[in-house]
Design a protein. Structure first.
Length: 272
């Protein structure tokens, strides 16, 4: 099997009490250790494809780099499970486990970790999008979900303009899928002014933080949000859209970026 994201597993299946044995496609999982300027920084459990983009996005998300210009060299040794990053700037590793109380108007920011205070961005974009455009983007997003449809074991994140999906990444970890997307954006120097992030899972506080670090003002997800995620999205001026499927969607925060289309029947539902 050539696809790095899949493996085969001999599985016993029962259908209407009838037993059968067959090979089933399973989402692959591996560990990648990232070294920064010669020192081990972190080990990420991930899907073993697009590791270059994953590493680049992870370094930016952690606040170690601000742009690709600060990366002198980035090499991947897939066989050994290592990513080697040489940066042009000195690195002091942040205390990733320490909570930090931020001094801002949004009370929800007291839940940030120390590095999040420095890397989370308040989004000032005034871009908007119609409900019809969101529906069309999510249909295209679903059409790219081949690995999920084959395994049911991965998350998917994509970057889109108002009329098309630009890039899409999958991973067993929802944060990893977003980091891969972030790495792609940095590598290709894409402006986020009129872009949105599409996501397959629920909107958690950590997902909102990732999107704020990426710099997108609109997050569209297929599933539900949490209350802390919405507090953060409201604070960071991110438009959070959930349950975006089957021509339905809920707009939870900064609804000024989303406008209805009179030619489309959109239902706004409070609960599913």
């Amino acid at each position: 099997m050539s696809d790095k994201s899949l493996s085969l597993w001999k599985t016993t299946k029962y259908h209407h009490h009838l037993k059968a044995t067959e090979e089933e496609e399973i989402a692959r999982e591996t560990a990648i250790t990232i070294t920064v300027n010669g020192d081990q920084y972190a080990t990420i459990v991930c899907t073993p494809n697009d590791v270059y983009e994953l590493t680049l996005g992870y370094l930016a998300s952690e606040g170690l780099i601000r742009s690709v210009n600060q990366v002198e060299n980035l090499s991947i040794d897939e066989a050994k499970g290592f990513a080697y990053a040489d940066l042009s700037i000195p690195v002091s590793f942040p205390e990733r486990s320490e909570r930090w109380i931020g001094s801002c108007c949004g009370k929800s920011r007291e839940f940030y970790l120390r590095q999040d205070v420095n890397t989370a961005k308040t989004i000032m974009s005034q871009a908007n999008i119609s409900t019809k455009q969101i529906n069309q983007l999510m249909m295209e997003f679903d059409s790219r979900a081949e690995i999920f449809n084959r395994t049911g074991g991965v998350h998917q994140a994509a970057l889109a303009s108002s009329d098309k999906v630009i890039a899409s990444y999958i991973d067993i970890g929802r944060h990893n899928a977003l980091d891969k997307l972030y790495g792609y954006i940095l590598q290709n120097r894409i402006t986020l002014k009129n872009k949105c992030v599409l996501f397959s899972g629920r909107i958690s506080s950590e997902v909102v933080l990732k999107v704020s670090k990426i710099g997108a003002g609109l997050l569209v997800a297929k599933s539900a949000p949490t209350d802390l995620a919405l507090k953060l999205a409201d604070d960071l001026q991110i438009t959070a859209v959930g349950f975006a499927r089957d021509s339905n969607l809920n707009v939870y925060t900064h609804e000024n970026r989303v406008y209805g289309d009179t030619n489309q029947n959109i239902h706004f539902l409070g609960r599913r």
